[in-house]
Design a protein around this ligand. Structure first.
Ligand SMILES: Cc1cc2nc3c(=O)[nH]c(=O)nc-3n(C[C@H](O)[C@H](O)[C@H](O)COP(=O)(O)OP(=O)(O)OC[C@H]3O[C@@H](n4cnc5c(N)ncnc54)[C@H](O)[C@@H]3O)c2cc1C
Length: 450
């Protein structure tokens, strides 16, 4: 039996060939690589016990990497979460459909027994003592480590707006939040999603699908300001509005009104929205407190070098909590790749993290959107190929420099986003197909095999 690993989300498939579609992220068969390809073949020092804090993508990938290279080492994963490792990516749809927790669980309990990885759920770690090489949970129980990997992820950022703690204000980061949202929406007809980024849009679409009258309020000029330009955002906005969402851009929330219970939202324009449910999707902040209090250097995240080493010996960090080369990635593929590097290096190997290109995928209201790499011209020699078809709700922009693609935004043209991502990542010259691309023949991308 061959084990295949999705290079986008880390999903493992066992079989003679890779699956056509990755059940976690939707990647194609080409995105799967044979597992052994990922691991280095160098010597290692003997280590008896590694502790991982956090059972998200980074933590579990680190644990899995360690086990794949060493059959006997003791691996202990301590996590605040009360569920085994699941796909956080699927929470946005989970709130609006009828899938069960098992459907989004990536590793169910028997997997941990099989892998001889001990996961302790419901264990919030409150201190790390690098001097004594131990961590302590909220009940005071201590756990000794030889190497420690901090993969504590991030928490939703709630802006400091009067009334933000009122009953009826929700966030979506983990399965517990998602189950709470599912329960809460049963008794609500109206909702406001604050934040028109990718997660806000996904959550709003799910609420809309449930028949809840949903409004998105976005502070920037347009939706998804970090990934899209104004023209792409206009196409997206139109599709979302046609699906039944109300969208208000260039607007700040100034106050949440009501007594203890939310009744409405005041906007800086003077307008008020009547609602008893608000879902805040206004960014994330890495969970660095634990590390900072242990004397590990932190900035916006935990500082790590390209080996995922923190500033304190024997301690590594990976995923949304880690800041590498001034960058907080905040995306699943980066958490997976960093988890692999942290796990590998904790074992005594030496591997470097080479970064992840920004890749954002949105699938809502029958629309497929991919934004990868640069979203606009950054250098004087950058060239842009742009295509806009309002009637068919399609938009493509390709940014290239001397026929090497640097970035792409694709809306409403299915099946080419991943291909463009590959061309960008591998720096494949597009000179042989440039005239076809300029004529908006996007099918050429599906056939182009340089
Ligand atoms: C709704 C939603 C949709 C998303 N969609 C996408 C997408 O489409 N594509 C994409 O690339 N990314 C997406 N992301 C982001 C992606 O999920 C994250 O980048 C990724 O999960 C980060 O993994 P991580 O392991 O670093 O952190 P997390 O997955 O957050 O895991 C951290 C774990 O550490 C635990 N923990 C924290 N503090 C402690 C402590 N003190 N003690 C013990 N345990 C602790 C937490 O409980 C948690 O289980 C999405 C995120 C959300 C919330």
């Amino acid at each position: 039996m061959i084990k295949w690993r999705c290079r986008i989300c880390g999903y493992i498939h066992a079989g003679a060939s890779p699956p056509d579609i990755c059940p976690v992220c939707g990647g194609t068969a080409n995105d799967f690589k044979i597992m052994e390809d990922f691991f280095p073949q160098t010597s290692k020092k003997e280590i008896q016990r590694i502790i991982v804090i956090g059972n998200g993508a980074a933590g579990m990938e680190a644990a899995r990497t360690i086990r794949s290279q060493n059959d006997t080492i003791e691996i202990l994963v301590l996590t605040e979460e009360s569920f085994p490792f699941y796909s956080r990516i699927h929470l946005s749809t989970f709130i609006g459909d009828e899938s069960r927790v098992e459907d989004i669980t990536i590793f169910p309990e028997p997997w941990y027994v099989e892998q001889n990885i001990l996961v302790k759920l419901g264990k919030k770690i409150s201190t790390i003592s690098p001097r004594r090489k131990l961590v302590t949970d909220q009940t005071g129980q201590e756990y000794q480590y030889e190497k420690l990997i901090i993969a504590t992820g991030a928490s939703p950022f709630l802006p400091d707006i009067p009334g933000v703690t009122k009953n009826g204000v929700l966030v979506l980061r983990n399965l517990k939040d998602a189950l709470k949202i599912r329960e809460t929406v049963k008794t609500h007809q109206r909702a406001v999603v604050v934040g028109g980024g990718i997660l806000g849009i996904e959550a709003a679409s799910s609420l809309n699908r449930l028949g809840i009258d949903t409004t998105i309020v976005e502070m920037a000029d347009h939706l998804m300001p970090l990934q899209l330009n104004i023209r792409a955002a206009e196409v997206l906005q139109k599709i979302l509005q046609d699906s039944g969402l109300t969208i208000i851009c260039k607007t700040r929330v100034t106050e949440l009104t009501g007594n203890s219970k939310l009744r409405g939202i005041n906007l800086h324009t003077g307008k008020s929205l009547s609602t008893d449910l608000a879902l805040f999707s206004t960014g994330i902040i890495p969970n660095i407190k634990l590390a900072r209090e242990a004397g590990i250097k932190t900035g916006r995240g935990i500082w790590v070098n390209e080996k995922m080493e923190t500033t304190v010996p024997h301690i590594y960090a990976a995923g949304d909590v880690a800041e590498c080369n001034d960058t907080l990635h905040g995306i699943w593929p980066a958490a997976v790749d960093q988890g692999i590097i942290a796990g590998t290096n904790a074992l005594g190997f030496s591997q470097n993290y080479s970064g992840n290109m920004p890749l954002h995928i949105l699938k809502v209201a029958g629309l497929e959107m991919t934004a990868v790499g640069q979203k606009s011209k950054m250098h004087p020699n950058d060239q842009v190929i742009e295509y806009l078809n309002h009637e068919h709700a399609q938009y493509v922009t390709l940014i290239h420099n001397s026929h090497i693609l640097k970035g792409a935004i694709v809306l409403g043209v299915p099946g080419i986003g991943f291909r463009l991502e590959k061309l960008i990542k591998k720096q494949v010259p597009i000179a042989p197909i440039i005239s076809e691309l300029e004529r908006s023949n996007w099918d050429i991308l599906k056939k182009y095999r340089p």
